[in-house]
Design a protein around this ligand. Structure first.
Ligand code: ZN
Length: 213
């Protein structure tokens, strides 16, 4: 692991200590997402069961992070349980920092489900929960800075749907079924998710030893 990876690891651990984490508490279908999920992910990172890497070549253009349960490099080399980031820092200005932290929460939610070995969880569910968690985190950060989350408009349908749910969750208000349906439909329509939306995610735990030459 290089210097940039160490720096990125610190960045992720700092985000996982943010106060807004304590507000990430919601239910999706029968699953409960709570702050303890992020404490477990932080511990797994410290215990080196989850590895943070700065490796833009493993990201699509425009993507700032992705959690990979496994990366097949070649026939003799496989990495497991890796959080890949484009940058080791959150960015230069407030809006960059805001977005980067939200991505880290999103990806750490994926990592948390893998860590918990949640069974029978589809990729559509994985994404829905991760988008809602990221939205709640950013909404709580905005509220802490006296901002108005209701004024934020996203062009992207998934983010818009998750944001609407997050606003209600932040107010402890009931979320109408239609909002969950809209989020699910947006995930299923997305080119990056539609082909495997109903496939079961692996969620096989973290800490598997890497296969190296
Ligand atoms: Zn995701």
């Amino acid at each position: 692991m290089g210097v940039e990876d160490d720096k990125a690891t610190e960045t992720v651990l700092t985000v996982l200590q943010d106060q807004s984490i304590n507000k990430i508490r919601f239910k999706l279908n029968r699953r409960e997402i709570s702050p303890s999920l992020y404490q477990k992910v932080a511990k797994a990172i410290k215990d080196k069961k989850i590895t943070v890497l700065v490796q833009p070549s493993l990201l699509a253009s425009g993507e700032s992070g992705r959690y990979y349960p496994e990366i097949k490099v070649d026939k003799d080399t496989e990495f497991y349980d890796v959080l890949v980031l484009r940058s080791s820092t959150l960015g230069a200005n407030a809006s960059e920092k805001f977005n980067a932290a939200q991505v880290i929460i999103h990806e750490c939610t994926h990592a948390g489900f893998d860590l918990l070995k949640l069974a029978k969880m589809t990729h559509a569910e994985h994404e829905a929960a991760s988008y809602i968690a990221g939205a709640i985190f950013s909404i709580e950060n905005m509220l802490a800075m006296k901002g108005d989350p209701a004024k934020v408009i996203f062009r992207e349908a998934i983010e818009q749907a998750a944001w609407k749910i997050g606003i209600l969750e932040a107010k402890d208000q009931a979320v109408p079924k239609e909002l969950y349906a809209a989020l699910d439909a947006a995930i299923r329509a997305h080119p990056g998710y539609k082909h495997h939306a109903d496939h079961t995610a692996k969620n096989d735990g973290v800490g598997r030893e890497w296969k190296l030459k």
